[in-house]
Design a protein around this ligand. Structure first.
Ligand SMILES: C[S@@+](CC[C@H](N)C(=O)[O-])C[C@H]1O[C@@H](n2cnc3c(N)ncnc32)[C@H](O)[C@@H]1O
Length: 214
């Protein structure tokens, strides 16, 4: 199934859901976000970019792990980003940048990050755009840099049909997310050492994907 919401509709969906976003996302996605951090294995002092920071749940943890490094976060939706800013400020961290930005056109030079992370964004994006966005992520990563992604995926059993039915009939209830599988696209773009983990939380199926820029 392909994405049902266009970019303006995605922005509108997250403008509306920003105040309650953390409740749903905490119940169904916290395990995979934690796994992203473990897999990314950020060393203090590295350059880290998070694309689609949302309300900044992951970004706050990145700031703790990388207090002496460069930390940048972007998101399409001001209402989500303002929550990320408040969260980062409350954490007492400094020296980070959080700004409006679009995954399709990263405003960073080539080879500028050690790690690029993004959680629960690709599952909103049309499949035809996966390769172009992954190429953008690869462009800004330095040689040997790591990409770490989490997204809703297809579950192996009966509840997959329930999520698919919901997406087909009420996509806004899922925040516009549907189950996808990203590994073949990372292969196509030329990432190496690709690993995929399946994570299930409250019957919500996610995958965590890791790759390295050769
Ligand atoms: C489901 S939320 C995920 C937020 C956060 N990463 C998390 O795991 O909680 C999706 C986020 O992706 C952002 N987004 C969607 N398309 C984007 C794009 N093209 N570029 C940057 N952010 C985007 C939305 O504004 C929203 O904040």
């Amino acid at each position: 199934m392909d994405a049902k919401l266009n970019k303006d509709e995605v922005r509108e969906a997250y403008r509306k859901s920003a105040p309650t976003y953390d409740i749903w996302s905490g119940l169904t996605e916290s395990k995979s976000r934690q796994r992203c951090l473990e897999v990314a294995d950020i060393k203090n002092g590295e350059s880290v970019l998070e694309v689609a920071v949302g309300t900044g749940i992951l970004f706050e943890k990145i700031l703790q792990l990388n207090s002496t490094g460069r930390n940048e976060g972007i998101d399409l939706t001001e209402e989500m980003l303002s929550r990320a800013r408040a969260r980062a400020q409350k954490s007492g961290a400094s020296g980070y940048v959080l700004k409006i930005g679009d995954a399709y056109h990263l405003q960073y030079s080539d080879n500028s990050f050690d790690v690029v992370l993004s959680s629960y964004m690709f599952d909103l994006i049309p499949e035809k755009d996966f390769v172009a966005i992954l190429r953008e992520f690869k462009r800004v990563l330095r040689k040997g840099g790591r990409i770490v992604l989490a997204n809703m995926t297809k579950g192996p059993s009966w509840f997959n049909a329930v999520w698919q039915w919901l997406y087909k009939n009420r996509p806004s209830l899922l925040g516009g997310c549907r189950g996808i599988e990203l590994k073949p696209y990372l292969e196509e773009v030329g990432f190496e050492k690709i690993r995929r983990e399946y994570v299930i939380q409250m019957l919500f199926p996610s995958e965590v994907i890791y790759g390295v820029k050769p």
